[in-house]
Design a protein around this ligand. Structure first.
Ligand SMILES: [Cu+2]
Length: 182
């Protein structure tokens, strides 16, 4: 199948996933809006390879301000992570953490050009409603790579970039529903 068709296939897959028809078949955040301060499973989906070549390694850079990350293991992929020092240590469940995850790497996999998969991590998001967090993602294929690392600036929209970075929008937590008396 030609590359053009694989993009069409990718876009069709997106439509099935309920993504707006404008959403390009790129590295995409499965759920963009996340309640600030909450734990959430961040998932980045890859709906195609590199010009027909299968994906072998996926690297996701964790944006600053995130202190707790638990990457998801994936059968058939070798998971590793690099750590970075935090400005100040944090305490969680009686354990003091001085480092957090800087980059997550899934390597030695084999995701075909016409196949879809998602790469996930459980993350504690900062309590900063309104903040946008970009997860720079590098998709290394057998031949070539995609560097989904472009961050919008100067009024240019996310969708206008060739390789935009998937992002999460932190939102305020919705008002608690008063429990109605039975
Ligand atoms: Cu694409």
């Amino acid at each position: 199948m030609s590359v053009k068709n694989s993009f069409a296939a990718g876009a069709a897959a997106l439509a099935l996933l309920g993504f707006a028809s404008g959403a390009s078949a790129h590295a995409l955040m499965i759920q963009k809006d996340v309640v600030a301060g909450s734990w959430h499973i961040m998932e980045i989906g890859l709906p195609h390879g590199c010009a027909g070549s299968p994906t072998r390694t996926v690297r996701i850079k964790v944006p600053d301000g995130i202190t707790m990350v638990r990457p998801q293991i994936k059968a058939g992929w070798k998971l590793s992570m690099t750590m970075k020092k935090m400005d100040k240590p944090i305490e969680a469940e009686g354990i003091t953490y001085t480092e957090t995850v800087d980059e997550i790497v899934w390597a030695d996999g084999n995701l075909g050009d016409l196949e879809f998969d998602r790469f996930a991590a459980l993350i504690k998001f900062p309590n900063e409603p309104g903040k946008t967090l970009y997860f720079k993602t590098v998709q290394q294929c057998e031949k070539g790579e995609h560097r989904w690392i472009e961050i919008p600036s100067g009024g240019k929209k996310w969708g206008e970039y060739k390789e935009p970075a998937p992002f999460i929008q932190l939102i305020a937590s919705p008002p608690q529903q008063e429990a109605k008396a039975p």
